[in-house]
Design a protein around this ligand. Structure first.
Ligand code: GFB
Length: 419
């Protein structure tokens, strides 16, 4: 009798749970590859590496919002021949895994490489929008809005006779169902209604994505997306090798160890000490013309660096710079008797990871120094400051910059980490 009761209860439970389970046709939406939706984006070709990293944070936070509601994945735009990457081979593209840890990015929002998108979907995108500002400006009143408008700039898409479009995206010929120019005033999330308006649209490309602002610059979500941007392991190892060999620096003695998962890593400020060296990011080339008053001459740079080395009781300085070789040699002479270090990549390293790889190794080494000073308004310097914030350095060792013509100058804003 007791067994029969149990059996009856079990049968009722099974029938009841089956009645709650939706039919197959109702369940195919989430997780089904057919229902996958793709957000692709690109940035103005003239923008440099580190502004592009900033645009990633804006768009990753948009993608995160989309993926919270539906099966969206962000497609990572390969790195082509950037304006500053003089040695990049024409037509060569680096996938994101060359520079960043893809698994780590995915812990904030799902991402895939463009080559994987092409494998999954073929060379086609349903809708593409080229973002632009309003031709009339914002007339003194900031209203969040967007409108389809005539294109203000040239683009690479051409209309086919059947109404679809043809263009090139990262070296691949792409067919686009519909292409429009979109004047927009707003943040990345302003695009959400446009992106989600039609259920049948499963792939959308947004070009000139730098046109939209951050949703919360410096806020929790900004920092989460930024913390997820860990560098690729091969670059971290290269930088670690250099630090150990030339700068007596390693994560244990510098107190810069991090956890495997960035989501668990929230060090107390002041935990990180850094290696026994001073680091500087000295921006030259176009900055000398564009920001002449704020970028020091080599003599003035050496004078400021020597004063810092003396004050911090350090003997070694690591110099990250885009300066031509002859300028670097001059600076090295001016720095006597201090020891000057620079990362000099092996031909194999350079061949494989190019200017982008070298730039990141420079950034990692700068980020691990006892004290860092950068260049006025350089996004390259800003990204180093963020890296140091993530590791928990004291604020005063991070938000510094060299002065230009004037002996004293305004120091960078302190964008402190929030969790
Ligand atoms: O990274 P980035 O956007 O910073 O551009 P800014 C500078 C590029 O120059 C880097 C190289 O991506 C590198 O390729 N570069 C600069 C360096 N400093 C270093 C360095 O210390 N080490 C190495 N290895 N490479 C913006 C530009 O530059 O400045 C904009 O992105 C515009 O296009 C603006 O030109 C005026 O913010 O410094």
């Amino acid at each position: 009798m007791r067994h029969f009761g149990l059996f009856l209860l079990y049968t009722i439970f099974i029938v009841f749970s089956l009645s709650l389970t939706p039919s197959k046709s109702e369940t195919c939406e989430k997780g089904d590859s057919r229902s996958q939706r793709y957000l692709l984006y690109d940035v103005n070709p003239g923008e440099g590496f580190n502004l592009r990293r900033d645009v990633y944070v804006r768009i990753a936070n948009l993608a995160r919002r989309l993926s919270e509601a539906d099966n969206w994945v962000l497609v990572l735009p390969p790195w082509g021949r950037l304006y500053h990457w003089k040695n990049a081979r024409h037509g060569e593209y680096y996938p994101w895994g060359s520079f960043f840890d893809i698994k780590s990015l995915s812990k904030w929002t799902p991402v895939i490489e463009f080559e994987d998108y092409i494998k999954a979907e073929g060379p086609k995108i349903q809708e593409a929008y080229m973002l632009q500002h309003y031709v009339e400006g914002w007339n003194g009143e900031w209203v969040v809005k967007y409108d389809i408008r005539p294109c203000l700039e040239q683009h690479s898409f051409r209309q086919n006779s059947d109404g679809s479009w043809q263009g090139t995206a990262w070296g691949t010929n792409i067919r686009v169902g519909n292409f429009s120019c979109l004047s927009i005033q707003g943040e990345a999330s302003t695009l959400i209604p446009l992106i989600t308006q039609k259920d049948e649209i499963r792939s959308i490309l947004v070009t000139r994505a730098e046109t939209v602002l951050h949703d919360e610059y410096g806020g929790k979500r900004y920092w989460a997306a930024r913390r997820s941007m860990r560098f690729a392991e091969h670059l971290r190892l290269e930088a670690a090798k250099f630090r150990a060999e030339f700068l007596h620096s390693d994560d244990v003695s510098d107190k810069t160890e991090v956890t495997d998962d960035w989501r668990d890593f929230k060090p107390k400020r002041g935990t990180a000490i850094g290696g026994p060296y001073l680091s500087v990011h000295l921006r030259r080339r176009d900055f000398i013309y564009a920001r002449g008053n704020e970028i020091p001459s080599l003599k003035k740079a050496a004078k400021q660096l020597k004063a810092l080395l003396e004050a911090k009781e350090l003997q070694d300085v690591y110099i990250a710079t885009d300066a031509p070789l002859e300028e670097f040699a001059e600076l090295k002479d001016l720095m006597e008797p201090y020891k000057v270090h620079q990362f000099d990549p092996s031909p194999e390293f350079f061949d494989r990871w190019g200017d982008g790889g070298v730039a990141i190794v420079d950034q990692i080494i700068c980020a691990h120094a006892r004290y860092f000073t950068g260049s006025y308004e350089s996004t390259f310097s800003f990204r180093i400051q963020e890296e140091r914030e993530i590791m928990g350095f004291p604020v005063e060792t991070t938000f510094n910059r060299l002065c230009g013509k004037k002996a004293e100058c305004e120091q960078p804003a302190k964008w402190k980490i929030v969790y």
